[in-house]
Ligand binder design. Structure first.
Ligand SMILES: Cc1cc2nc3c(=O)[nH]c(=O)nc-3n(C[C@H](O)[C@H](O)[C@H](O)COP(=O)(O)O)c2cc1C
Length: 223
């Protein structure tokens, strides 16, 4: 079993420590999250990388007590949804690339990354070709979970606790929070301070179980 050391070999950074110490939080205190922290966490999602920089994620930040109660109902009555001062609903938009491709190119031009019209046209036609023949539900999901993970890990490094959740009824979450039908509700992320003991570490498979070297199935040999 992969060992849960509190520090990673010689490389001790707040991120290593947070990755090793993070647990899915079982219950939250009501203490609010200062806006400055919450905004930094939300921006960490927006700073995530995505294919063609298309940023197909959309988030709903649920803070109001009444809204958290409604979300709890849609989330199989999981108490932590109502307890946590903030719950982020992470959604992916499989169609946003069609309307955002021009916007993304303009952004790149304004930022000085895309320097001429030829490059802009190359990106536009390349992205359009790729995405119109791709399963964009999977594509948008892939990108959004990177942004989601950045939020989760940054929150942990900032001294907060997190609870990722997929236990909810998507149709109910969409209805309660006016989320457009064509979006995918991927996961909830409760943020706050833990008010309940963590469950013991549940273990992880070994390097050699899941990681191959040079070809699939050849043990990596790092354990
Ligand atoms: C995307 C995702 C969805 C999850 N959904 C739920 C959930 O709905 N309810 C819950 O209690 N735990 C949920 N979990 C927590 C997992 O059970 C937990 O992460 C796993 O058992 C490993 O434990 P650890 O995170 O404490 O290391 C979810 C985790 C992830 C990453």
């Amino acid at each position: 079993m992969l060992e849960l050391r509190t520090s990673a070999n010689q490389q001790v950074t707040p991120l290593n420590v947070a990755i090793r110490k993070r647990r899915a939080t079982q219950g939250f205190k009501p203490d609010p999250i200062p806006d400055v922290l919450l905004n930094e966490i939300l921006e960490s999602a927006l700073l995530a990388p995505s294919g063609y920089n298309l940023q197909p994620w959309r988030f709903v930040v649920v803070k109001e007590e009444e809204a958290r109660k409604r979300l709890r109902k849609a989330a199989m009555n999981q108490a932590k949804v109502e307890e946590a001062p903030v719950v982020v609903i992470a959604c992916a938009d499989p169609n946003s690339w069609r309307k955002d491709i021009d916007r993304v190119i303009r952004l790149g031009q304004e930022a000085g990354q895309i320097e001429d019209e030829q490059t802009a046209e190359f990106i536009r036609s390349n992205a359009t070709k790729y995405l119109s023949s791709t399963d964009t539900r999977l594509w948008a999901t892939k990108q959004t979970m990177i942004a989601y993970t950045q939020m989760m890990l940054l929150a942990e490094t900032l001294g907060l606790d997190t609870a990722p959740m997929e236990g909810f009824f998507e149709d109910q979450v969409k209805k309660e929070f006016d989320i457009p039908e064509d979006l995918i509700v991927l996961a909830l992320l409760a943020l706050g301070k833990s008010g309940k003991a963590d469950r013991p570490f549940g273990g992880r498979f070994d390097l050699d179980d899941l990681i191959s070297l040079d070809k699939f199935g050849k043990p990596y040999g790092g354990s």
